[in-house]
Design a binder for this molecule. Sequence first.
Ligand code: HEC
Length: 109
Amino acid sequence: MKRAGLVVVLIVFALFAVAVQGFAKKAGTRSGAALFKQNCSPCHPDGGNIINPQKTLHKKDREANNIKKPQDIVNKMRNPGPGMTKFDEKTIPYKEALKIAKYILKTFK
Ligand code: HEC
């Protein structure tokens, strides 16, 4: 009988964990890294740029193009240059866009 009780507790716990995970996704708590991987890395693998190699996400290129602050990166997503997908508020809400921007600034030096 003791065993059965333990199994029930484990099942309840597992269900709870799944529920929390689902909720976290809805609330937009995906990390900047995960968001970057999903939306940006197809064209910017490792912070590079497979379409326009002069415009990577590394500091030297970014700063040469005046992209220095998180907001500059968000602006780029909203108004991309030739060859880049446009990411509007509906595709990537501001909070998530900002997370991606901060991730880029701290990751690609
Ligand atoms: C379809 C390919 C593609 C995708 C997907 C893409 N980009 Fe780009 N990205 C480009 C191209 C091409 C450029 C150069 C455009 C230009 O001339 O401004 C660029 C330029 C940039 C720049 C300016 C870099 C510099 O040195 O001037 C930033 C910042 C940037 N992208 C961020 C992002 C972010 C953040 C995402 C994901 C939300 C993303 N990109 C997704 C193709 C892409």
